[in-house]
Design a protein. Structure first.
Length: 302
């Protein structure tokens, strides 16, 4: 680490940004554990329904301040609808997958999403990808294969659902980059509305009337998720992305630890090796993209 980097990390703003990002990842992991616990009793549709209603209640003051026009009049409505569809499929797949699979396994597949994004960015976003990043992308796919551990015993429906969900998550990231001109609150509102619609459509299948405590926990899923997103955004305002984004991979650490403590899930060796490869490839891609962006900014084309 250079002296300049060390001095930057010692600043109160950078330290606070890192602390908030770490807290956000813990919130997401705890939320995922709670979701896995609840889908053992309640249907995915029921979880989405109550979770989305709670999230909309939290969002209500921000939506009121924005006004209906900024929510209803959006850029490129076709892509907005596609993003909502992908985000709804992604969260549905996540909750469906954790019913059968250990949380760490599912999280490993989801952490591969930035690798998928890097692979399609030259074709969908027009971004230039050099041989270094293509190599990292290829290594990342090897990591996914190692974690999946292809065999008749592991190529199951839940594993397939996990892969589909992570691909939907990657597609949502690509569309979020394309729609970067849309306010975050608008994106979150329509994303939540999509999940609410899916919940309304499917909650009736296998409905179980929740107890007062479980209803509170189901609502807490939406509240904690919103709090996590707020913390991530705040972290990125306090510190440079290159400083705090790598700490997002602590989500996998918490998934392993909490999965073991709460559900007794013992991580597979192949999953741990695959996860290490995926995290390494993802970090290389992230820092390489940052380096290329800085170089382009320093040497703009005439």
């Amino acid at each position: 680490m250079s002296a300049a980097a060390a001095r930057y990390l010692s600043t109160p703003s950078a330290r606070l940004g890192i602390a908030i990002m770490l807290f956000a990842m813990f919130l997401f992991a705890a939320n995922d554990v709670l979701g896995k616990w609840l889908v053992a009793t309640y249907s995915v549709g029921q979880v989405l329904l109550i979770r989305s209603i709670a999230a909309l209640i939290i969002l209500a003051p921000f939506l009121w301040m924005m006004g209906p026009r900024k929510l209803l009049v959006v850029e490129r409505p076709g892509l907005q609808a596609l993003r909502v569809g992908l985000s709804t499929a992604e969260v549905f797949c996540f909750y469906a997958a954790v019913i059968w699979l250990p949380l760490a396994d599912v999280m490993t597949y989801w952490l591969a999403a930035p690798i998928y994004v890097a692979a399609v960015s030259p074709f969908l976003l027009g971004e230039k990808v050099g041989w270094r990043r293509w190599t990292a992308i290829a290594i990342g796919f090897v990591g996914v294969t190692v974690a999946l551990e292809p065999s008749a015993a592991t190529l199951t429906a839940p594993a397939f659902i996990s892969i589909v969900g992570s691909l939907c998550f990657a597609g949502m990231i690509v569309l979020s980059r394309t729609l970067r001109g849309t306010p975050d609150t608008t994106l979150v509102f329509w994303q939540t509305m999509g999940a609410l619609a899916a919940g309304i459509a499917t909650a009736g299948f296998g409905w179980v009337t929740p107890t007062a405590i479980d209803f509170t926990l189901l609502a807490l899923l939406g509240v904690v998720s919103m709090a996590g997103h707020v913390c991530v955004n705040r972290s990125l305002k306090l510190a440079d992305a290159a400083t705090v984004v790598p700490y997002q991979y602590t989500l996998l650490f918490w998934a392993i630890v909490l999965g073991f403590l709460v559900f007794g899930d013992v991580p597979r060796t192949a999953m741990l090796i695959g996860a290490a490869i995926i995290v390494g490839a993802g970090l290389f891609i992230f820092f390489r993209e940052r380096a290329v962006a800085k170089k382009a900014a320093a040497n703009p084309s005439p």
